[in-house]
Ligand binder design. Structure first.
Ligand code: PEP
Ligand code: MN
Length: 345
């Protein structure tokens, strides 16, 4: 249920309602907006006190059922947009954010070169996999902890926060000690044990859509993380499987405005894994900015021809600079416009 407080409700009235909700067995998630406070009462309603009763309490304006199956991820339970802070970077705010770097950390030299290049181009965060989810068990699986150490060194040298993938709940503690954002890859989007585990982590989570997940399923996966206590979730559209075979995946560009309407969480787009070919990354990146994404995830490699993974879709630094140049003017126009459509950024 959603409990909407009156504009003039005071702190004591709010506290009373929260205490009562919790005493009858629900979790109270409070969202203080500019206009008013909304309380999301989360929990299985079967066999519990009927929450509608609280509608007559002082300070309460109305009590409504939450219509979507995802609750904490829904705009129904939160006013405004979630802005996620990672060091000096804010995702979901007025500034368009670019996360870039190689698919995998291959060596210190390779990652440092990539890190300085993406920083020069204006990226706000560095990406790089240390634990790689590869289709073939014979492909490069990542450097593991050695890769995490290299990422942490790159952060020290460039000042860029780092994003890296978590494949197993047992690695979370280790990865959290090196990385700034935990990525859940497309293949693990419905690994509910892993989602609950990152829900208990202290670091923000970048949750990638699976190649076969609907937007509702993606939001339900985000709900797992939110309901486990981590309210810092960034969603990522990275292409889905369709009947089309001429590209790696089909970038579902329409996912962006639809998600932005349904959820307060930031939405970024990864055109690299969607299209799978470097020459189409730039036009898709532009489309993502134009349609209202909060940011981009771009694979950049100093020597794509010799990359150990995803070389064909990785941009050389020069092409990344061009991309950053070309998206800037689009971002300037649309960020302001979308802030007006989707509420206070
Ligand atoms: C990645 O970002 O490195 C990756 C493996 O992407 P995805 O999970 O979207 O395939
Ligand atoms: Mn990759």
């Amino acid at each position: 249920m959603i409990i909407v407080m009156k504009k003039k409700a005071d702190e004591r009235e709010l506290e009373n309602v929260i205490k009562w909700i919790e005493s009858v067995g629900y979790q109270a998630h409070v969202s203080k907006g500019i206009e008013r406070t909304i309380i999301g009462a989360i929990g299985d309603e079967r066999g519990k006190v009927f929450l509608k009763a609280v509608e007559t309490w002082p300070g309460v304006e109305k009590v409504m059922p939450i219509l979507q199956p995802y609750k904490l991820a829904s705009r129904e339970t939160k006013e405004g947009n979630t802005i996620i802070t990672v060091g000096d970077v804010k995702i979901g705010g007025p500034k368009f954010v670019v996360i870039a770097g190689p698919c995998a950390v291959e060596s210190s030299a390779q990652l440092m070169e990539a890190a300085f290049a993406v920083k020069k181009g204006g990226a706000s965060m560095l990406r790089g996999g240390a634990f790689k989810p590869r289709t073939s068990p014979y492909s490069f699986q990542g450097l593991g902890e050695e890769g995490l150490k290299i990422l942490a060194q790159a952060r020290e040298k460039t000042g860029l926060p780092v994003v890296t993938e978590v494949m197993s709940a047992s690695d979370i503690e280790l990865i959290e000690s090196y990385a700034d954002v935990l990525q859940i890859g497309a293949r693990n989007v419905q690994n509910f044990t892993l989602l609950k585990a990152v829900g208990q982590a202290k670091k923000p989570v970048l949750l990638k859509r699976g190649m076969m997940t609907t937007l509702e399923e993606l939001l339900m996966s985000a709900e797992y993380i939110l309901a486990s206590g981590n309210d810092q979730v960034i969603l990522c559209e990275r292409g889905i499987r369709t009947f089309e075979t001429s590209m790696r995946n089909t970038l579902d560009i329409s996912a962006v405005p639809v998600l932005k309407e349904k959820t307060h969480l930031p939405v970024v787009v990864d055109p690299s894994h969607a299209i799978g070919q470097w020459k189409f990354v730039l036009p898709l990146a532009k489309a993502a900015v134009a349609v209202g994404a909060d940011g981009l995830l771009i694979e950049v490699h100093p020597d794509p021809q010799n990359a150990l993974s995803d070389g064909p879709q990785s941009l050389k630094p020069e092409r990344f600079y061009q991309l950053m140049d070309e998206i800037e003017s689009i971002a300037k126009i649309v960020r302001k416009e979308y802030a007006e459509i989707y509420g206070a950024h």
